[in-house]
Design a protein. Structure first.
Length: 199
């Protein structure tokens, strides 16, 4: 009589069982990553809206001081004109008033309308407050400069400025020369993911 019969049972898993477990893991991972990506996208859109609101408030303070918003006519990039104006490096001067760069920092200091610590930006800030930087731009969470325009053509028919983010794809179809950002323009494919304050 044998004390240990020779009945061996196979130890391990079949290929079908392993593939089944892998399929379940992949489905759960897809759901998790999809949810995380959706949350991240919503968070970035919220940041863009908050920054657009901050820029809008800062533009209102600029308007209160100078009686108008920063004008974007000329060869300078609109995003540079926006940042220079809100950081106090560009002002209205002359008669009729025009947007001009400061030549030097006034003895009483710059009048700033926005706090750099509350908004994303790119460019180089100088080490000395006596030197005026020229390449700072406010950027959205995707790294693109915010789109800003105001009275940039003689056809401008908008009583206010235009301000928005190009969104995740960084692409847009520019508005017409009259400055009116119609629903038709906003609904174009390239503009579908743009972020506006009122949305």
């Amino acid at each position: 009589m044998k004390l240990f019969p020779n009945n061996r049972h196979p130890v391990g898993y079949t290929l079908v069982e392993v593939l089944g477990v892998l399929a379940v893991i992949l489905v759960l991972a897809g759901i998790t990553f999809g949810t995380v990506a959706g949350i991240q996208s919503a968070r970035m859109k919220s940041i863009a809206k908050a920054e657009i609101a901050l820029i809008t408030q800062s533009l209102s303070r600029f308007h209160t001081m100078y009686g108008d918003y920063p004008i974007t006519e000329g060869i300078e990039k609109n995003s540079i004109t926006l940042s220079k104006s809100l950081l106090g490096w560009k002002v209205f001067n002359g008669n009729p008033p025009k947007m001009v760069d400061l030549k030097e920092v006034p003895s009483e200091g710059l009048v700033t309308f926005i706090e750099l610590s509350k908004i994303l930006y790119e460019g180089n800030l100088p080490l000395s407050d006596k030197i005026l930087p020229s390449n700072v731009e406010f950027i959205d969470p995707w790294g693109n400069p915010y789109v800003y325009a105001y009275k940039e053509s003689k056809n401008w028919d908008n009583y206010s400025f235009v301000l928005y983010s190009k969104g995740p794809d960084g692409a847009d179809v520019p508005m017409e020369a009259n400055g009116v950002l119609s629903t038709q323009i906003k609904n174009l494919n390239k503009n579908a993911d743009n972020i506006y304050l009122e949305d």
